[in-house]
Design a protein around this ligand. Sequence first.
Ligand SMILES: [Zn+2]
Length: 255
Amino acid sequence: MEEYKIYALKYAGPLSSSGALMMWLKEWEETVERNYYIWCLKGEGEPVVVDAGVSPELAKERNLAGYVSPAEMLSRIGIKADEVRHVILTHIHWDHADGVTLFPNATIYIQKEEYRFWVKDPLSKRAPLQFFVVDSYLEYLASLEGTDRLVLLKGDREILPGIECLLAPGHDVALQAVAVNTAKGKAILGSDCAHTFRNYQEDWPSTFIFDLPGWMRTYDKLREAASSPELLFPGHDPMMTTQYEQVAEDVTLLV
Ligand SMILES: [Zn+2]
């Protein structure tokens, strides 16, 4: 079976906030830092990019601290964004999906229900939900509907040998985690199913909750799917930059 190495590429951060952002309703007085990432899977064949980060335009508009374009980050490990053929979007919140336009030749994989909610459901246009998205990339994704550049997945599905998308709701309507075959077994990129490793360790989610019971079921599912607890990775933990082998500036080899 095809095996992959998994790289974490920090494209922004650190940003700081109350601890309550990372640990729901706890630790209001603490200050915690978070980083922003995309990930890259490298095996025998073409690289697969997990999440697209943020475009230079939006990063500038939001004054995103420590920002480096995801395209520049990928170039540090020898990958040209405009030649990437496969991009998995774990979910289509702005910090994971806005940079999708940096990948003009990629097929984009999203859960169908995630796409339907954010692109088509009028409920998603209400103010608290608009916090999570930006119209420009939603319109771009909508322009791809019906072409072979947009693949809408219904639940768990292996999209390439050794790479399976796993439906993992809770933080978002239909987030998908990515199960990856590695030399150490099955690793799970859980994205924002947990913002930090502590969320998994302490069985306590972050503040951005769409569905709390669903979230707890997702924790069970992802723990079950990972070959070991160390192979279950969160979405924003600075430790993904500091605690793993650095292969280029702000690029680490997770497994
Ligand atoms: Zn996020």
